[in-house]
Design a protein around this ligand. Structure first.
Ligand SMILES: Nc1nc2c(ncn2[C@@H]2O[C@H](COP(=O)(O)OP(=O)(O)OP(=O)(O)O)[C@@H](O)[C@H]2O)c(=O)[nH]1
Ligand SMILES: [Zn+2]
Length: 352
């Protein structure tokens, strides 16, 4: 039998180091990567090829509220079962992740893990919105992946240079690539990211051309392009098709329903990095708790006055902070209400 080398699936030294400790515990455990999750069933790839797997009950279901379940892209330790489902024993530490708050059990819910790049896709026609891009950048930095801004539908755009120079102002040190899946322009500029063993996730709203781009990169139809817009999100939840897709010589794309619902709340911490220039200025204010409002010797206000910081950018920073705080509060409130409802139910139940 031809063994599969999971190094082709992004298994690097970072994970290899973690595996050492398992050798002492159980020699039969081998590393694998999660290709798809449906409820608590897993599709994985290991040296034995693609397999179905389930979680080891005594490990994952005993302390259900502390042990994190694997997500798509995770590297896991499994026991191979030659005649049936493999069994998952543990999840290796992640180098990057996207998650959102599950308000039901107030738990972080992971939607993708261990990707190298976050392709922030925005289309150059109607979709273009600097503020949204700043938000995506913030999430991307927070995730641990490296953001790349992909401007799609280049064939529809006439003022590309203007847009790119505007973007360069807000996306310090981030690669910006303009592509057209129709004409093929710019696709070859993506080659430096599309390398064997690398994994990418897409952030971007519906219709910007993510599926078309995937197909253009792959050189074949891998994903269905929706010519007619319809809400098929329900359908997506019930399919078990692979969510980590290998295209083109071991380059991988993670495409999960959860990624498409990424909530704003995860933005919060990333804001600091996107606006690192403002954070740096703020540290030079006279008062450490400066609100940059009416305080004397305020470095932020001075920068706005002398033009080195644009007022728009500063306003956007404030707005994003407020929005992130609001989104978080909303999640918290929802969770508190739901928990109260559960408590009420269980009290009723006890009284019977
Ligand atoms: N002009 C032009 N249209 C494009 C390009 N890429 C995609 N489109 C069109 O944009 C629409 C949406 O494309 P998709 O690839 O399905 O977009 P998506 O981001 O995958 O959308 P979801 O699957 O809903 O998330 C389709 O009508 C495509 O034909 C491009 O490079 N140029
Ligand atoms: Zn200040």
């Amino acid at each position: 039998m031809n063994r599969i080398d999971i190094k082709n699936y992004g298994y690097t030294e970072f994970y290899e180091k973690q595996v050492k400790k398992f050798e002492e515990i159980d020699k039969e455990l081998i590393p694998a990567r999660v290709l798809a999750v449906h409820k608590e069933q897993y599709k994985i790839i290991s040296e034995f090829g693609e397999k179905d797997a389930r979680l080891k009950g005594s490990i994952f279901y005993n302390d259900r509220f502390t042990k994190e379940f694997p997500t798509v892209g995770d590297f896991i330790m499994v026991k191979n079962n030659p005649i049936g489902e493999d069994v998952v024993f543990d999840v290796l530490e992640r180098k990057s992740k996207f998650s959102r708050m599950d308000s039901w059990n107030r738990k972080e819910q992971l939607v993708a893990a261990n990707f190298d790049y976050v392709f922030i896709t925005v289309s150059l026609n109607y979709d273009f919105n600097i503020k949204r891009i700043e938000r995506y950048l913030a999430s991307a930095w927070q995730s641990g992946g490296t953001p790349v801004i992909i401007l799609t539908k280049r064939d529809l755009c006439e003022n590309l240079d203007d847009i790119v120079s505007k973007l360069e102002e807000i996306a310090l040190g981030v690669d910006i690539v303009a592509v057209s899946s129709y004409t093929g322009e710019g696709i070859n500029e993506l080659e430096r990211f599309i390398k064997p063993g690398k994994t990418v996730v897409f952030l971007g709203s519906s219709g910007v051309g993510k599926s078309s781009l995937t197909n253009a990169i792959a050189g074949e139809e891998i994903m269905k392009v929706n010519e007619i817009r319809e809400d098929d999100s329900k359908g997506r939840h019930t399919t078990t098709h692979r969510q980590l897709i290998t295209i083109k010589d071991h380059f991988m794309i993670i495409d999960t329903p959860g990624m498409r619902e990424m909530e704003l709340w995860c933005v919060e911490e990333g804001i600091d990095e996107t606006f690192s220039d403002i954070e740096t200025l703020a540290r030079q204010c006279k008062f450490s708790d400066c609100k940059h409002h009416k305080e004397p010797n305020c470095a932020v206000k001075e920068a706005i006055e002398n033009g080195s910081l644009s007022e728009d950018r500063y306003k956007n920073y404030i707005k994003l902070q407020k929005e992130a705080a609001y989104a978080k509060n909303k999640e918290n409130r929802k969770a508190i209400l739901e928990n109260a409802a559960i408590r009420k139910k269980s009290i009723k139940f006890q009284k019977k």
